[in-house]
Design a protein around this ligand. Structure first.
Ligand code: GDP
Length: 453
C-alpha cells in the first residue's frame, strides 16, 4: 500500500502549461474529488492515458482552472503505481491552489525525487537509470543531455549486465568446487577463469577510462586563462561572459584571486578560471594569487594562454608558456591586435593560435569552432560515457577486486580466497545497478532530485 503523493512537476514559474502530478494507490479517488470532466464521466471510468478536459475545483467548490487530466494505471506508469496528471495553465498561483486541493483530498506532499524513487523501488528503473534522470534534468549542453538520455535508456546497465553475469557464473563454479571438493567438476580449469576475469577487467577498465570525458560532460571544461599581468585575461573573461565579472584595470596584478565563470561557447560548456598571472613576485598577497594560478593551470582540462600581441614576448611570457605546454589541451590568444601586432603565430609553440581583441570581442567567434573540435566533437553521446562519481567509484572497486582475484589465481591461492574477490567485485557492481546499495546511499541519491520528479 503506497500513500498517494502529489507535487507540481514543472517548477514554480509562470509558463504556458504547469503539471500537477499524483502517484499512489488512491490517486484516482483523490483526483476525482477535485476534478470534474466536461463529459461528466468520472476519472475512474476514463480510458487510460487519454487526455480529458475538465475543471479543477478547490474545497469551497470554486473553479481553480480549466485543465486536462490523464490517468496512467499501474504497473505501466513512470512510478509503476497508479498515477494522475493535471495539465493546468502554468500560473504558480493556480498550481499552488490545485496542490492544496489535492492535499485536502488526502494526498501528501511528495519529497524530492520521490516519484523516481518509487520507480526504482517498483523495479521500473534500476539505480543507474534513476541517477541519469537527474543528470538529464540538470544537463546544460545537448551532449550531456544525450549521454544522460542514453543512460536513462539503460546504456550503462547493458554494459554491466554481461560482466555481472560472467562473474556470477565464475562464482557458481567456484562454489561448486568448494562445496563438493571430492567431485570432479566439469570444465573447472583455473586458466579459463583467469582469461574470463581478464576480459571483464578490460571491459571495466574501458568504461573507467571514459570518466575523464564524463567529468567534462557533467561539469564543463575547466579552462584556465593564464598570462602575465595586463595582457587582457580579465577582459577576455568579461568578453566571453558578456559582462564585467572580473575587475579590469591597467595596473598589473589587479586580479588578486582566481575568478570563475561558467559559460557556453558553441556546444562546449567552459568553466573559465581567470588567474592573477603566473610570475614570481615578492608581494605576499599577489604570491598567493600566483600560486593559485599555477594550480589552476595544472588542474585545468584546457589552458588559454593570453599575450599582449602589440608588445614583444618577454621572459615572463615564456615562463607562462612553459606551464601551458604541460596542460592536456592549450590554446594561445594573441590579444590587443587593435594596437598593432608584433607577436606572430610562428613565435608561439602552440598548435592552436587565434588573433583576437578582447576589448572589442573581435576574433573570439573562432573560439567556438576550436572548442567544438577539441571537446564536443569526439564524445559519443549515447550513454556510454561514465559521468557519475559514485558510479565511477563503485566500478573502480569492482575492477580492483577482479585484479585482486587474478593475482590470487596467479599466486595459486585457494579457490575460496579468489571467490571472495570475485564476490566483492559483484557487490560493487550491484551498487551501480542498485541491487546491493545501502538504503542511506539510495536516500542521498534521491535528495539530489527536485520535488515533483
Ligand atoms: P589582465 O591583468 O591580464 O587580467 O588584463 P586586463 O584584462 O585587466 O587588461 C589590462 C588592460 O589592457 C586594460 O586596460 C584593458 O582595457 C586593456 N585591454 C585588454 N584587452 C585589450 C585589447 O584587446 N585591446 C586594447 N587596446 N586593450 C586591451
Amino acid at each position: 500500500m503506497s500513500h498517494t503523493i502529489a507535487a507540481v512537476s514543472t517548477g514554480n514559474q509562470v509558463s504556458a502549461i504547469g503539471i500537477l502530478r499524483l502517484s499512489g494507490d488512491d490517486c484516482v479517488q483523490i483526483a476525482q474529488q477535485v476534478f470534474q470532466a466536461k463529459s461528466g464521466i468520472p476519472l475512474s471510468h476514463i480510458p487510460a492515458r487519454k487526455l480529458t478536459l475538465g475543471v479543477l475545483r478547490d474545497k469551497q467548490n470554486r473553479v481553480i482552472d480549466q485543465c486536462m487530466a490523464v490517468c496512467t494505471p499501474a504497473p505501466h506508469s513512470y512510478t509503476g503505481e497508479d498515477t494522475v496528471e493535471f495539465h493546468c495553465h502554468g500560473s504558480p498561483a493556480v498550481l499552488a491552489a490545485g496542490l492544496e486541493a489535492l492535499y485536502q483530498a488526502g494526498a501528501r506532499p511528495a519529497q524530492r525525487g520521490e516519484f523516481t524513487k518509487r520507480a526504482f523501488l517498483n523495479g521500473r528503473l534500476e539505480l543507474s537509470q534513476a541517477e541519469a534522470v537527474i543528470d538529464l534534468i540538470e544537463s546544460e549542453t545537448a551532449d550531456a543531455a544525450a549521454n544522460a538520455a542514453g543512460q536513462v535508456g539503460g546504456a550503462l546497465q547493458k554494459k554491466l549486465a554481461p560482466i555481472y553475469h560472467t562473474l556470477t557464473d565464475i562464482c557458481s563454479h567456484f562454489h561448486a568446487v568448494l562445496d563438493y571438493p571430492d567431485e570432479e567438476i566439469e570444465d573447472f580449469r583455473l586458466e579459463n577463469y583467469a582469461a574470463l576475469l581478464r576480459t571483464q577487467a578490460k571491459l571495466l577498465h574501458a568504461l573507467l577510462s571514459t570518466y575523464g570525458q564524463g567529468r567534462i560532460l557533467r561539469q564543463g571544461v575547466a579552462a584556465a586563462i593564464v598570462g602575465k599581468p595586463n595582457v587582457g585575461k580579465s577582459s577576455l573573461l568579461n568578453a566571453l561572459a558578456g559582462y564585467d565579472r572580473a575587475i579590469v584595470t591597467d595596473i598589473p596584478g589587479t586580479t588578486r584571486d582566481t575568478v570563475e565563470e561558467s559559460i557556453r561557447i558553441g556546444s562546449t560548456r567552459l568553466r573559465l578560471i581567470d588567474t592573477a598571472g603566473i610570475r614570481e613576485t615578492a608581494d605576499a598577497v599577489e604570491a598567493m594569487g600566483v600560486e593559485r594560478s599555477k594550480a589552476a593551470a595544472e588542474n585545468a582540462d584546457l589552458v588559454i594562454f593570453v599575450c599582449d600581441g602589440a608588445q614583444p614576448l618577454t621572459q615572463e611570457d615564456r615562463q607562462v608558456i612553459e606551464v601551458c605546454l604541460e596542460a592536456p589541451n592549450a590554446i594561445a590568444l594573441i590579444n590587443k591586435t587593435d594596437l598593432g601586432q608584433v607577436v606572430l603565430p610562428s613565435d608561439l609553440p602552440f598548435t592552436t593560435i587565434l588573433t583576437v581583441c578582447a576589448k572589442s570581442g573581435e576574433g573570439l567567434e573562432q573560439l567556438s569552432q576550436v572548442l567544438d573540435t577539441m571537446f564536443a566533437g569526439n564524445i559519443p553521446c549515447d550513454g556510454s560515457i561514465l559521468t557519475n562519481p559514485r558510479q565511477y567509484d563503485a566500478i573502480r572497486r569492482a575492477y580492483e577486486a577482479i585484479l585482486a582475484a587474478l593475482q590470487g589465481l596467479q599466486l595459486g591461492l585457494t579457490p575460496d580466497a579468489v571467490l571472495t574477490d570475485v564476490e566483492q567485485s559483484m557487490e560493487a557492481l550491484g551498487e551501480v545497478t542498485g541491487a546491493t546499495v545501502r538504503e542511506d546511499i539510495t536516500a542521498r541519491i534521491f535528495e539530489r532530485f527536485c520535488v515533483g520528479k
